[in-house]
Design a binder for this molecule. Structure first.
Ligand SMILES: Cc1cc2nc3c(=O)[nH]c(=O)nc-3n(C[C@H](O)[C@H](O)[C@H](O)COP(=O)(O)OP(=O)(O)OC[C@H]3O[C@@H](n4cnc5c(N)ncnc54)[C@H](O)[C@@H]3O)c2cc1C
Length: 187
């Protein structure tokens, strides 16, 4: 049983995984390696002068793995609510988690097959998004959404930031108090 299962390992999903894993939550990321970010050359990400999309995605996954996030290469096909947990089906295995974050970018099949409420998108080229609260909660208990799938502006700093935001909300809900992750420079 995982504390958090994240569907999608692009900027939104891997960023969420950095936070949940670093906070000590047992985290699994299920990703089928179809990130649109791998087609990008990025020069507008704060603090990064220029980076190829595949490199950004690879570094994000490596950072999350460093804190203990497990990565599985598979397509997640369905979420089913259980008694206090969510079952995630993939094309081969099933996983149980207390919380699930959908971070599937432009691909919403997992939300649609799982009965998670969607609505029309407002960003360019984004037809449908998952309906969510400002915190990232969806219509299914303990299922959250982040990044492009949540309808935020489709830029890496924003989708990664949204993944971090939603992860902090999930961690805070599990802990029962607001969570902050600050490391202090040693001088
Ligand atoms: C050509 C191009 C150029 C771009 N240039 C820039 C730029 O210069 N600057 C900028 O800021 N942004 C740029 N972007 C946008 C940027 O890539 C996106 O805004 C952002 O990275 C999307 O992040 P995401 O995590 O929401 O989605 P994605 O990066 O698409 O990640 C979603 C992940 O979910 C996985 N997934 C989906 N469904 C499932 C499933 N059912 N099971 C398992 N895994 C699943 C996918 O495989 C993928 O890895 C560009 C995009 C493109 C296409």
């Amino acid at each position: 049983m995982y504390d958090v299962a994240i569907i999608g390992g692009g900027p939104a999903g891997a960023s969420a995984a950095i936070y949940t894993a670093k906070s000590g939550k047992k985290t699994i990321v299920i990703d089928n390696d179809q990130s649109v970010t791998k087609r990008a050359w990025i020069e507008n990400h704060y603090g990064v002068e220029g980076i190829a999309g595949p490199e950004l995605v690879a570094i994000g996954k490596k950072q999350a793995a460093k804190f203990g996030a497990e990565f599985v290469t598979a397509k997640a096909t369905k979420l089913t609510a259980g008694d206090g947990f969510i079952t995630v089906e993939t094309d081969g295995e099933t996983y149980e988690a207390g919380h699930v974050i959908i971070a599937t970018g432009m691909f919403l099949d997992i939300a649609e097959t799982s009965g998670v409420r969607t609505k029309p998108g407002t960003e360019p080229r984004i037809k449908t998004i998952v309906d969510c609260t400002p915190e990232g909660k969806t219509s299914l208990d303990n299922v959250w959404v982040a990044g492009t799938a949540a309808g935020v502006s489709m830029h890496t700093i924003i989708t990664a930031g949204d993944g971090a935001k939603v992860a902090i909300n999930v961690i805070s809900e599990i802990n029962g108090e607001r969570y902050v992750d600050h490391d202090v420079l040693k001088v």
